[in-house]
Design a protein around this ligand. Structure first.
Ligand code: NAI
Ligand code: MG
Length: 336
């Protein structure tokens, strides 16, 4: 059992080691291969995702990625390491569950999974500047092939996890060609899964219902941009960004990655919530290693600690525990 571990920047250096401790408790023989990426890596080596890191991820095929800081202004030569890594590995689907967790900030009854297309849409990064920078055109790319594979994965997952309903989210009324293609191909693929109830919503309507009545959603299937925004929004229902996990899946490859970023405002203080990263590792164990029993053990251990009212500072303001304390408690549950 091997994992390529990329801590990245900021709290990535705190929550990833926490999740690795938990993983080692569950699988004492796991081999950890450390690799670098991010802003600090860029400043040191002039590249945010070194070739050695790509090679490590490609050969190991099971990756744990923390978070990387990206500058808010354009920096020559800098690109987002995670966006590039997902593309390099063809990890074409991003699974982002939002499920009630026993914390005061979560919404009871919520249990949805956003399946986000991961390789195209506006994220291909094709922007051209005209008119001395006064007119900029960004390309939105949607293809039949990428839509077919992500739809198939969403429907297969629905069937294997006993979910019944998939909602396709687009803005096909305004973008009948690009989003129209996504919606049409996703519906075509659905004909192979007659046991599922497949419907669709426009993204603005989906956002409205996700806030008003989140329990009505089961699986949400969306192109890259809408999936990104809606899943961050849905993360609020599971209790906040510190608790929201995700898994990028391709054929025979997976990248576990919390939804949150490098959180520079709290980095280095030892107070980051490692739950999101631990639950991302559980997703990797379940969906990529096909070990549902071990995944469940990890999820139960994390849930157990939360149920005891042991929370980090993002969840409660008084009497919070540190990243390390939380991690020890999860490991103790796994050991018991
Ligand atoms: P963020 O997710 O890093 O932080 C948003 C807020 O949530 C902050 O107040 C932070 O303290 C809190 N937070 C996030 N995760 C937490 C955790 N585990 N425990 C406790 N509190 C937590 O998003 P933000 O501030 O917009 O971005 C910060 C940096 O992260 C930027 O450089 C951004 O580019 C990068 N980023 C990287 C991502 C990635 O590598 N996948 C994803 C999102 C942002
Ligand atoms: Mg996001």
């Amino acid at each position: 059992m091997d994992v390529c571990v990329i801590e990245g920047d900021g709290i990535g250096r705190e929550v990833v080691p926490a999740a690795v401790s938990v993983l080692k408790t569950l699988f004492p023989n796991v081999n950890i291969h450390h690799a670098e990426a991010g802003w600090d890596t860029f400043q040191k080596h002039g590249v945010s995702l070194p070739q050695a890191t790509i090679d490590c991820a490609k050969s190991i095929k099971s990756v744990l990625f923390g978070a990387c800081s990206s500058p808010s202004y354009a920096v020559d030569g800098y690109f987002s390491p995670i966006v590039r890594l997902r593309r390099e590995l063809q990890a074409y689907a991003n699974l982002r569950p939002s499920r009630y967790l026993p914390v005061p900030t979560a919404r009871p009854g919520v249990d949805m999974l956003v399946v986000r297309e991961n390789t195209e849409d506006l994220y291909v990064g094709l922007e051209t500047s005209e008119d001395s920078g006064d007119r900029v055109v960004a390309q939105k790319v949607i293809t039949r092939q990428a839509t077919e594979r992500v739809s198939r994965l969403a429907y297969e997952l629905a069937v294997s996890s006993g979910r019944r309903r998939v909602t396709i989210v687009t803005k096909a009324n305004v973008l009948p060609q690009s989003d129209g293609l996504f919606r049409r191909v996703a519906y075509d693929m659905a004909t192979h899964y007659p046991e599922l109830k497949v419907d669709d919503l426009l993204v603005d309507t989906a956002a409205y219902w996700m806030v008003k009545e989140p329990t009505r959603f089961d699986i949400v299937l969306a192109p890259n941009l809408y999936g990104d925004i809606l899943s961050d929004m849905a993360a609020a229902w599971s209790g906040g960004l510190g608790l929201a996990p995700s898994l990028n899946l391709g054929d025979g490859v997976a990248v576990a990655e919390p939804v949150h970023g490098s959180a520079p405002d709290i980095a280095g203080k030892g107070i980051a919530n490692p739950t999101a990263t631990m639950l991302s590792v559980a997703m990797l164990i379940r969906h990529h290693w096909n070990l549902p029993r071990e995944a469940q053990m990890l999820e139960d251990a994390v849930r157990g600690v939360l149920e005891e009212g042991m929370h980090t500072a993002d969840v409660v303001t008084d009497g919070y525990i540190t990243t390390q304390d939380f991690t020890h408690r999860v490991c103790a549950k796994l050991d018991s």
